[in-house]
Design a protein around this ligand. Structure first.
Ligand code: NAG
Ligand code: NAG
Ligand code: NAG
Ligand code: NAG
Ligand code: NAG
Length: 457
């Protein structure tokens, strides 16, 4: 009898395990996990590169590596401005963050229209923005701001209904254990076992991020990083197993091939539809991810360039992750604030064509200037990147001509608060839509035609 009860208990436990999806540490199994659906709906995220490199804020976030490898400009900059015995570690004391106000940051992020935030928890320099047990005396609590910069932001971001995510670099340029494993031709894994895996688990269990944006994977295979075992833990056991999304940077053999969403390369923007969810991680200061004091205005994307990139990305099935680098004082420079708010003003009028949209059957149209399509349910959106001469938009893709013939859509301009139906005309070779007088239109930079079928197809 007792035996039967125990057997029944065991059996029901077994069944319970069987019914909760269990991922194996193989790419076949891990790649089969569906992306939590908040991610595709969100479309727009903000990326923040912040670390000790924000102190020299010269060149880029690769400052330390440039210096070590003898890059002329970096070496000259140090020689001119710092004492002869200055080390990279000395910069950390000047990482003051005295104006850091995560509440104000989140106000800005909300105004930008972004739905998720990804902060560099640790870049290739190894300095952690949270008080990691595995980065003793090289973290934001021990040296520099003396704050848990990451924890403060995580709390604020989540409290205001945005998704919080972290970037994390697997490799560290000069970590002795990493260099040792590398010298061993990756046949040892002390760095991964004693530093990287415990550190990532600490990060996940303490802050419960919804994005883990991995990087710094490219020198070694995923077997060295034990990425598949880590991801199986993340998907099966971690406190964020049902909500977290990850990217594809898990070893020199995984980019654009394995993981969650694909990033393929920095600033990836293929211009055509991909069969797999992807993300365009790009930066508003074109040459750098970290803040640069020596940036000039022509380095900064214009609002039109930023919105163009957003539209191309979303039309082709991607999310966009827009980077700005905060300063060592903890501010976000006014030029970045302005761009993010311009993006937000555009999205507040036109977000219907972006958030929760899906790629349409055609992605873009040529004539006379670029037009990109998105769709939601039966509705099709045409995003017009240049105001047409004589106020007439012409659409020439065969799919849009068929759509007009079969669905007989009504066309309105997003942001027109009267929802006035625009006159349209279609022939075998084109559809033309007459826009209102530009002076009466609220949107700037790009305009969205919303085309709602009147007949089902
Ligand atoms: C690992 O590689 C190092 C350096 O190539 C070599 O000396 C050592 O014998 C190797 N160890 C194993 C266990 O293969
Ligand atoms: C990945 O790195 C390993 C070790 O350096 C190397 O043997 C392998 O060829 C690399 N694979 C790719 C796809 O680059
Ligand atoms: C769509 O955009 C891509 C990439 O910009 C371009 O190569 C292609 O010619 C465009 N197609 C049409 C039909 O406009
Ligand atoms: C539109 O599609 C979404 C799923 O893509 C669905 O949740 C929603 O109910 C649909 N809305 C309408 C009005 O059909
Ligand atoms: C215009 O359409 C929007 C979105 O469908 C709707 O929220 C708004 O109430 C409409 N305005 C008028 C004046 O019909």
């Amino acid at each position: 009898m007792v035996q039967t009860v125990i057997f029944t208990l065991l059996l029901s436990c077994g069944l319970q395990f069987a019914s909760s999806a269990k991922y194996e540490p193989t790419w076949d199994s891990l790649d089969g996990r569906p992306l939590p659906d908040w991610y595709d709906k969100a479309k727009v995220g903000i990326f923040l590169h912040w670390g000790v490199y924000s102190v020299p804020s010269f060149g880029s976030e690769w400052f330390w590596s440039h210096w070590e490898s003898g890059d002329e400009k970096t070496v000259e900059f140090i020689k001119k401005n710092y004492p002869p015995d200055w080390t990279y570690q000395d910069f950390a004391q000047q990482f003051t963050a005295e104006f850091y106000d995560p509440f104000m940051w989140v106000n800005l992020f909300l105004k930008s229209g972004a739905k998720y935030i990804v902060l560099t928890s640790k870049h290739h320099e190894g300095y952690t923005l949270w008080p990691s047990k595995y980065s003793y005396s090289w973290n934001a609590k021990d040296v520099g701001p003396h704050l848990d910069l990451l924890g403060e932001l995580a709390k604020r971001v989540k409290a205001r209904g945005l998704h919080f995510g972290v970037y994390h670099s697997l490799f560290e340029w000069y970590h002795p254990l990493y260099l040792q494993d590398k010298a061993n031709g990756w046949n040892s894994s002390n760095f991964v076992d004693t530093k990287i895996i415990p550190e990532m688990k600490e990060l996940i269990t303490t802050y419960k991020p919804e994005v883990l944006w991995s990087d710094g994977e490219w020198e070694a295979p995923d077997t060295y990083w034990k990425s598949k075992e880590f991801l199986a833990w993340l998907y099966n056991e971690s406190p964020v197993k049902d909500v977290i999304v990850v990217n594809d940077r898990w070893g020199n053999d995984s980019l654009c091939t394995h993981g969650g969403f694909y990033t393929c390369s920095d600033r990836y923007n293929p211009g055509h539809l991909l069969p797999h969810k992807w993300e365009n991680a790009m930066t508003v200061d074109k040459p750098s991810w970290g803040y640069r004091r020596n940036a000039v205005i022509s380095d900064i994307l214009t609002p039109h360039e930023l919105i163009t990139t957003l539209v191309e990305t979303v039309s082709c099935g991607g999310n966009i992750l827009i980077n700005v680098g905060p300063t060592k004082e903890g501010t976000i420079s006014p030029i970045f604030q302005e761009r993010l708010m311009q993006l937000g003003s555009w999205l507040s009028l036109n977000g219907d064509a972006i958030y929760e949209s899906k790629p349409w059957t055609a992605q873009n149209d040529t004539s006379p200037s670029p037009i990109w399509y998105t769709a939601k349910n039966e509705t099709v959106y045409a995003i017009v990147l240049e105001w047409p001469s004589k106020n007439v938009v012409s659409l020439e893709h065969p799919d849009i001509i068929t759509f007009f013939t079969q669905a007989k859509p009504t066309v309105t301009l997003l942001g027109d608060n009267k929802n006035k139906t625009l006159s349209s005309d279609s022939s075998d070779t084109q559809v033309t839509v007459t826009l209102p007088d530009k002076a009466t239109v609220a949107s700037e930079w790009a305009w969205v035609l919303k085309m709602v079928p009147t007949k089902s197809i």
